[in-house]
Write a protein that binds this ligand. Structure first.
Ligand SMILES: Cc1cc2nc3c(=O)[nH]c(=O)nc-3n(C[C@H](O)[C@H](O)[C@H](O)COP(=O)(O)OP(=O)(O)OC[C@H]3O[C@@H](n4cnc5c(N)ncnc54)[C@H](O)[C@@H]3O)c2cc1C
Length: 389
């Protein structure tokens, strides 16, 4: 097979890039290790920055998001029984969009299929060859047959455990990592959300987040030991623990019900430098991971796609390779700021195993400063709604 851009990974980064390139008449083939149903079954992010919303519009995939998504003009932050609001609309003029990653991915798959896009699922043994040359190619096996794609460029959109990052030799690649000493137990329940906006809660018992997917589908998280097992948590035990971590008047309104999904995610900050190697470009989780506090994972993947899409378009339309050569530096400049915000917000909201009473007092002092200081609120809001591309 032959294409202009071979895209490894059919998650949100790979599909969005493929669909945007299609709008510019640039050909791509997406290689995905799993089945489409598997990819669409993964429950992950749910808060979209305006930049991602605009790219979905540009990709011609925003109709359902506009009809079914929920623009949020603010978020609430609590500590103990205290609660305050950060007003994104007033502080930045920009809302965020609550619309599940599963739905984003579904819309992108549908658009790709409608426009005859080539997505090869169930591929194995993907290997990137000659990324440093002018004639890179990718080999893989599918249904027991060995196959090959010759291409101009390769986009590594294959997530944290993919092959793309590891293709960059260790002598060139630098990795920076912080693993947090706790995880998030996340659940879905077919109950109305406890609040019309998200609530991020700092409590003596650990962090909690009240989020949502729609009017009758709530997403809740509580900080838990990373060694914990979701099966240790009965539905009743989860609801009781959540109620203890949010303000009592909010807890009194909480509608509980059977949990339809329960999983534990580790928290990690990770960045790989550089994000390109010859004709291979890393995008999204393949290059960086953030803890989910502040909803930057999917959104930072989207900003990589933005830079790469514009770089490739400039190359194919006008022959300019400036964007391509500068991709890694440009993407990383924004990645590190998203890493900082996610790290800061995580540090502010969680209880650490080695945390002293003094450390907790510092968190509360910072939360009270944030509550009362407009400049601090504006800085938080600007980061939350998304820094400019
Ligand atoms: C459990 C969990 C919860 C999360 N919750 C949030 C959240 O609440 N908010 C938030 O902002 N972010 C969240 N994230 C992060 C967010 O989901 C990711 O940042 C986002 O999925 C990144 O998209 P991606 O396309 O770069 O990578 P992925 O979504 O990981 O997609 C990569 C794709 O590549 C495929 N692949 C991997 N290896 C290969 C290979 N060798 N060959 C071919 N294909 C391959 C994978 O099957 C996958 O489909 C969460 C992540 C996880 C894991």
């Amino acid at each position: 097979m032959k294409t202009q851009v071979a895209i490894i990974g059919g998650g949100p980064s790979g599909l969005l890039l493929s669909q945007l390139l299609y709008t510019q008449g640039i050909d791509s083939i997406v290689l995905e290790r799993k089945t489409k149903d598997y990819v669409l079954g993964r429950i992950r992010a749910g808060v979209l920055e305006q930049g991602l919303v605009q790219m979905m519009e540009e990709a011609g995939c925003a109709d359902r998001m506009k009809a079914e998504g929920f623009p949020h003009d603010g978020t609430e932050i609590s500590y103990g029984d205290e609660i305050f609001r950060i007003d994104f609309a007033e502080l930045t003029g920009t809302p965020v969009m609550v619309y599940g990653q599963t739905e984003v991915t579904r819309d992108l798959y549908e658009a790709r299929e409608k426009s005859g896009g080539q997505i090869e699922c169930n591929v194995e043994d993907v290997v990137i060859h000659d990324a440093k040359s002018d004639a890179p190619f990718v080999t893989f096996t599918q249904d027991g047959q060995e196959r090959r794609i010759d291409c101009d460029y390769i986009a590594g959109c294959d997530g944290f455990h993919g092959v793309s990052r590891k293709t960059i030799p260790e002598t060139v690649r630098k990795e920076y990592e912080k693993v947090y000493p706790f995880g998030w137990l996340g659940v879905l329940s077919e109950t109305p959300p406890v609040n019309h906006e998200l609530i991020y809660a700092n409590s003596d018992r650990g962090f909690a987040l009240c989020s949502m997917r729609n009017e009758n589908l709530s997403r809740y998280y509580i900080q838990c030991p990373i060694s914990d097992d979701p099966n240790n948590w009965s539905d009743e035990a989860f609801w009781e623990e959540l109620k203890r971590r949010i303000p009592s008047d909010v807890a009194a309104k909480l509608v509980t019900g059977p949990l339809i999904e329960k999983s534990i995610a580790p928290l990690r900050s990770f960045v790989c430098e550089p994000m390109q190697y010859g004709r291979l470009f890393l995008c999204g989780d393949a290059a960086h991971i953030v803890p989910p506090t502040g909803a930057k994972g999917l959104n930072t993947a989207a900003s990589d796609v933005y830079y790469l899409y514009h770089a490739l378009t400039a190359f194919y339309k006008s022959g300019s390779s400036d964007g391509i050569e500068g991709y890694s530096a440009k993407a990383l400049a924004r990645v590190w700021k998203a890493e900082r915000f996610s790290w800061w917000f995580s540090s502010l909201m969680h209880q650490y195993p080695d945390q002293t009473v003094f450390d907790h007092k510092m968190q509360i002092a910072e939360l009270e400063f944030l509550r009362s200081n407009r400049a601090a609120q504006k800085a938080m809001a600007e980061n939350y709604v998304g820094l400019p591309y």
